[in-house]
Design a protein around this ligand. Structure first.
Ligand SMILES: [Cu+2]
Length: 317
């Protein structure tokens, strides 16, 4: 704490309006200054230290699908310009703090106009926003529209349904559609639109190199579908349908490559346990899996029908 000067002295000093070097040069001032400098340095070090460790989480995950890659590229471009602006502002700020800090005999200057500078930074900011907006619109088609993939004939195409949202469509129109249904607190995937269509929970199995369109719905509250390496986050809203897509590369592992994610919208008590993953397998492995899931689905349906839990849908002979 600085030494308190007698009030009369302060008043006299104020009246005289003369600078009193003793008031600031006493050793009692240097201690808090050193302390605050050390605190600032420690804070900066704390901010910088985990940067290397969090580098992986600081950028979007990619590698599972062209749309995820385009999202990551766009993010990195915007991040690059953002960092330039951030560093320029910080350098200018620190330089100003050091250069214009109050020192012996300093007199604060009033506000002044600098038309050149003001026009300059307005044009600079508008120009940067225009460049980023243009870049975004140029890259947007890569995110919204799938490229052609290798179609898989064995999978029955689910019938196209009228929708307010445009459905992702590759140029050749060849894709498969998997229904994704979010409900408290599990993801269900249905392969087809029939009542006894094959289905799976939590882990989706999908073929590699194929355009897979996801039709995302919810039965209770809003959930959010997000497998970061396979593309953007899409809300599952009751009474509404959202679409996204992915086209995964050939799996590196024999058992398939697993891409993980989880419900990204707080949907209730067990929200944190609402995990999701997609296992990308070869076309051959997918056909085997789908045939098995189909058998399971038919068996489950027959069992539930026998138990009287669901209506018998067997066509009359
Ligand atoms: Cu959820």
């Amino acid at each position: 704490m600085p030494m308190r000067r007698p009030i009369s002295g302060t008043l006299r000093h104020a009246r005289s309006r003369r600078y009193d070097p003793a008031a600031v040069s006493s050793s009692s001032f240097s201690k808090p200054r050193v302390t605050s400098f050390l605190a600032l340095a420690a804070g900066a070090a704390l901010l910088l230290a985990p940067a290397s460790a969090s580098a992986i989480t600081a950028v979007p995950r990619s590698g599972g699908s062209p749309n995820a890659n385009a999202i990551a590229d766009l993010y990195n471009i915007i991040m690059f310009f953002g960092m330039i602006v951030f560093l320029a502002v910080e350098v200018f700020l620190i330089r100003s703090i050091l250069k214009y800090r109050a020192s012996t005999g300093a007199v604060a200057s009033g506000p002044t106009d600098n038309n050149k500078l003001e026009i300059g930074w307005t044009i600079g900011a508008v120009g940067l926003v225009a460049v980023l907006a243009a870049g975004t619109f140029i890259m947007l088609p890569d995110i919204t529209t799938p490229p052609n993939g290798q179609p898989i004939a064995e999978f029955a195409q689910s019938s196209a349904s009228a929708s307010l949202v445009s459905t992702p469509n590759p140029p050749d129109g060849k894709k498969i559609t998997i229904n994704v249904t979010g409900r408290q607190f599990i993801w269900r995937y249905t392969y087809g639109n029939k009542l006894d269509s094959p289905f799976a929970y939590t882990q989706m199995v999908a073929p590699a190199e194929t355009v897979v369109v996801l039709r995302i719905q919810a039965t209770d509250v809003i959930h959010s579908w997000w497998i970061p390496a396979l593309g953007g986050k899409f809300d599952a809203v009751p009474g509404s349908t959202n679409y996204t897509w992915f086209k995964a590369p050939a799996p590196k592992n024999a058992a398939g490559d697993v891409y993980t994610g989880q419900c990204a919208e707080l949907c209730g008590r067990q929200h944190a346990n609402m995990l999701a993953s997609v296992r990308i397998v070869t076309h051959a492995a997918f056909k085997v899996w789908l045939a098995d899931a189909n058998q399971q689905s038919i068996k489950t349906r027959q069992k539930l029908t026998r138990q009287g839990q669901i209506t018998d849908l067997t066509p009359p002979s």
